[in-house]
Ligand binder design. Structure first.
Ligand code: HEC
Length: 97
């Protein structure tokens, strides 16, 4: 009986390892929710590294433009980053592309 239990847990471990390796083969992180991009900056970042990269370039942009809050343009943040009505206009006014 004890032997059977050991065998069963080994199977679970092997299966888990298999899944973990499979997961790593895919892209890391989540893709952006936006599919029709209005800005080159975010479009390129999403293509390169998904939402994580988009977040990074947004952070850099904010720092550059001395913006203190993401909520200046976004009504909500993760996971969907909904924009305020004037979010895009603000971004372009600041020189974003
Ligand atoms: C000046 C306005 C502005 C500010 C401030 C701003 N964003 Fe954005 N953000 C935008 C716009 C506009 C888009 C949409 C880009 C597009 O459609 O190409 C966007 C898109 C994003 C996306 C992509 C979402 C997706 O999955 O499609 C992320 C992530 C994001 N912003 C994170 C942030 C974070 C984090 C901050 C704060 C550090 C921030 N933003 C501050 C204007 C802004």
């Amino acid at each position: 009986m004890a032997k059977l239990g050991l065998f069963a847990s080994l199977t679970v471990i092997i299966a888990a390892l298999g899944f973990a390796t499979m997961g790593e083969a895919g892209a890391d992180g989540t893709a952006c929710v936006t599919t029709k991009f209005k800005t080159d900056m975010v479009k390129q970042a999403c293509a390169k590294g998904g939402q994580k990269e988009a977040k990074d370039v947004m952070k850099a942009f904010n720092k550059d433009k001395k913006i203190k809050s993401c909520n200046q343009c976004h009504s909500k943040l993760a996971p969907n980053y909904e924009l305020k009505a004037d979010g895009l206009a603000q971004f372009q006014k600041l020189g974003g592309k």
